[in-house]
Write a new protein. Structure first.
Length: 235
């Protein structure tokens, strides 16, 4: 397995260094190659995600990513800021689902600020979509308002966009909802889809979030053939 090691900036370099030590102790056939990303890449190559780093990421089986960012880069153009490296990797590699597990091990129950009876057995997996919504939606920018409450004033805008064809094209393994359905088989067969439906016109059939939300039920229903009891709930 080839692993692209991208330490990035700040604490990212420290975390990745220790992670590499752990991988080496496992004595498994890992091939690790390091490259600069984020602010470190900007300093060395003039861009937070150089072509060489992107090529390495595409050729690798996995990416070990640290962290990017530093206040000293806040004055750079948006496209040159360290965080653009993360967005660039998501877009170019089709990394559409972010997995965020929250577990409470029995030994740590009493270390939590919550009552033991509330936190004991905590096992939550949050799956967040990373390529739709306003991440890459166009148009976006700044302009002088011609309507609304403050016509004539400067305003900024981003566009939230979802489409079934885009998601199928950019996510060959399926929508995040499919990833949710697959994981639900290991999470007591339950899954919830959260979003602000009243604000996002989700009560109707044409809301921006209705496209991925329809997929949630479809994917979970399809999984029932293999995992009895898996179900999705909209919040």
């Amino acid at each position: 397995m080839k692993i692209a090691v991208l330490p990035g900036d700040g604490i990212g370099t420290e975390i990745v260094a220790e992670a590499v030590r752990v991988l080496n102790v496992l004595d498994l056939p890992f091939e690790m190659e390091e490259a600069k990303v984020g602010g470190a890449a900007y300093e060395a190559h003039g861009h937070p995600l150089p072509e060489s780093t992107l090529a390495l990421a595409k050729a690798a089986d996995a990416i070990l990513f640290g962290a990017v960012g530093d206040w000293k880069y806040d004055t750079l153009e948006r496209r040159l800021r360290p965080e653009q490296a993360i967005l660039g990797l998501r877009k170019e590699l089709g990394l559409f689902a972010n997995f965020r597990p929250a577990l409470c091990y029995e030994q740590l129950t009493h270390a939590s600020s919550l009552k033991p009876e509330l936190v004991a057995g905590l096992d939550i997996l949050i799956i967040r979509e990373l390529t739709g919504d306003i991440y890459f939606g166009q148009p976006r920018g700044r302009r002088i308002a011609t309507d609304g409450h403050f016509p004539g004033a400067e305003e900024a805008f981003d566009t939230m966009r979802y489409s079934a064809p885009r998601d199928r094209a950019n996510c060959p393994r399926g929508l995040p909802s499919r990833a949710q359905a697959q994981q639900a088989r290991h999470q007591r067969g339950q899954g919830q889809c959260a979003g602000n439906l009243p604000v996002l016109e989700g009560r109707g059939h044409r809301g921006a979030q209705r496209v991925p939300r329809r997929g949630v039920g479809a994917h979970v229903c399809g999984q029932r053939r293999h995992a009895t009891g898996a179900r999705a709930q909209e919040v």
